[in-house]
Design a protein around this ligand. Structure first.
Ligand code: NAP
Length: 526
């Protein structure tokens, strides 16, 4: 399979006519062939109308049929082999090993959702049997299951060209739920997008699904992205990227005649707390692990450890010295796009030049769009006062907040906006009460609390939460990674006194799908 410069509208390969874009190799600062035609608003409308038609069939498909589809998409992606990895390396500057890992994660994510929908517990079926003799009033039969919302628009991010893009977590969870998907392709990796889009289109055709179940369109977010979100046939949005993009879509979705949910994963600085005994016992090792997490992928992760909180101590002084030794003279590698690189330089300079901020150490920039990493420090009282110091710098940048007391560390945590993760480094010699207070404060701020690790690296599993209070996401009640992500694209419907013959199979008394259910509050024996 080769890159042709096409998008897909309901299974049809289309070369858009509304201008064009090209992929870009950030390592050598050169455009890549071929060029991609962009969608018109009419193209976007066609994709939405096709998706609405497809929904009427797709929502009636069985979990097994959709599971087969997800598994075939995963197989098709793996079968692309080196073609995908080589194009990905050119379009993103990311190394082969990173892209191979992300490809495996993407395929596993699709397979996880296949398993989830076949298992059936995601439907959370509950049945309250009829109590005709109940006094003073009889109780009717009530059964509840989840149904898909309808066509979903997905916006992928630049930093995960596979796992958060065309066949990423949003697409996988929406298709699993029974929602057709229209992806607004990211202009930072159009070739990878086309290759993956083809895998989905081919899988749909092979398994005889309606071609409108998936479309991929290229175009500017402001024009085509917003047009898609405004279309009356669209019922939900999945987004990963900047806070400005996510909040613009949230407000657009609320202004529609029929407001729809936007699940946006946006911005996070992911506080890491080093407790005193833990830091003293393993200063050099913690510096090495933190440095590795910070430098990975040039820091272009939503889970980058952008904030460190620690109490003033000799160990902390040694930690800073270790960090200086590790970082000096080192480059974090080329960034994904020239615009991400220039934003990094601008945001980093603004913080380094703030009067309260002291530069601990800075690396080196080598080559095109190369990230010069930096580690800076600030006093806790200044950090709490100045909200400008809380902003995310997307790249290998982190800020140490130096605290004079445990209470000050808790106040720093308490001053933060919502975050995806919070980390605590703890040893048995650390104070238990302080550790518990850290957890209690963190719980209100983050979606995932982790101990003695670093936040980069997000397991795709049943218990993962990749979410958190605003502005890390637009909705803290769910996750964009892991099997719970399916809940974003379904809603409960209750069936009251519906005759057995007309009940959906999930709720029929004989449980023909043999799925886990609760009857009158008790798990059903199967
Ligand atoms: P982005 O600029 O927000 O773009 C993501 C997608 O949304 C793109 O397809 C983009 O289309 C579209 N979009 C952006 N603003 C929009 C708007 N107002 N209306 C409609 N669509 C819009 O994110 P990115 O390209 O992945 O990265 C750029 C910056 O986002 C980074 O420098 C970083 O600060 C931040 N970022 C954060 C995270 C995170 O998880 N925290 C992840 C990635 C990026 P266009 O390209 O056509 O605008």
């Amino acid at each position: 399979m080769s890159v042709q410069g096409n998008m897909f509208i309901g299974g049809r390969a289309v070369h858009g006519t509304n201008g064009r874009i090209q992929g870009f190799d950030p390592k050598i600062n050169e455009k890549l062939e071929p060029s991609f035609g962009l969608a018109t608003c009419e193209d976007a409308d066609e994709a939405c109308v096709l998706a609405a038609g497809a929904f009427q069939l797709f929502r009636k498909t069985s979990a097994s049929q959709r599971a087969d589809l997800l598994r075939l998409i995963a197989d098709n992606i793996m079968a692309l082999g080196d073609t995908l990895i080589e194009r990905g390396m050119k379009e993103t500057g990311l190394p082969a090993a990173r892209l191979e890992g992300e490809r495996a994660r993407t395929a596993n994510q699709l397979r996880l959702f296949a398993d989830v929908i076949q298992d059936g517990s995601w439907q959370d079926v509950r049945i309250d049997t009829a109590l005709p003799d109940r006094q003073p009033l009889p109780r009717p039969f009530l059964g509840v299951r989840k149904i898909p919302l309808g066509p979903v628009v997905v916006f992928g991010s630049s930093n995960f060209p596979l796992a958060f893009s065309v066949a990423g977590g949003d697409t996988a969870s929406a298709l699993a739920a029974g929602c057709p998907v229209i992806v607004k392709g990211h202009s930072a990796h159009p070739g990878v997008s086309e290759l993956i889009g083809r895998c989905i289109v081919d899988a749909l055709a092979e398994l005889n699904f309606h071609p409108g179940t998936f479309s991929l369109v290229f175009g500017s977010g402001n024009e085509i992205g917003q047009h898609l979100v405004s279309h009356p046939e669209i019922k939900a949005v999945g987004f990963t990227g900047s806070q400005s993009g996510g909040t613009a879509l949230m407000s657009l979705a609320q202004q529609r005649e029929e407001p729809i949910p936007v699940y946006a994963e946006m911005s996070s600085i992911n506080p890491v707390v080093f407790m005193p005994a833990s830091l003293a016992a393993q200063t050099a090792s913690l510096a090495e692990q933190f440095y590795a997490s910070l430098m990975m992928g040039a820091g272009q992760f939503c889970t980058n450890p952008g904030l460190v909180i620690a109490l003033k101590s000799d160990a902390l002084t040694h930690f800073k010295q270790h960090m200086s030794k590790l970082m000096e003279g080192n480059c974090a590698g080329s960034m994904l796009t020239p615009s991400i690189f220039s934003s990094y330089c601008e945001n980093k300079s603004a913080l380094i030049n703030s009067p309260e901020v002291n530069l601990i150490t800075q690396g080196h920039s080598e080559g095109h769009n190369a990230c010069e990493p930096a580690f800076v420090e600030v006093e806790a009282s200044d950090f709490i006062k100045d909200r400008a110091l809380h902003r995310e710098v997307f790249g290998s940048f982190s800020m140490l907040v130096v605290c004079n007391s445990e209470q000050e560390a808790l106040d720093v945590l308490g001053s933060l906006e919502g975050q995806l993760t919070g980390t605590i480094h703890y040893s048995e010699n650390d104070d238990q009460t302080f550790a518990q207070q850290l957890i209690d404060t963190m719980e209100l701020k983050v979606g995932r609390i982790l101990f003695n690790g670093f936040p980069t690296g997000v397991e795709v599993s049943t218990a993962m939460v990749h979410g958190g209070p605003y502005p890390s996401t637009s909705n803290s009640q769910t996750t964009s990674v892991g099997s719970m992500a399916i809940e974003r694209f379904v809603r409960p419907v209750c069936y009251q006194n519906v005759p057995n013959t007309l009940l959906p199979p999930e709720i029929k008394p004989n449980n023909p799908l043999s799925i886990p259910r609760h009857i009158d509050g008790e798990p059903e024996k199967r």
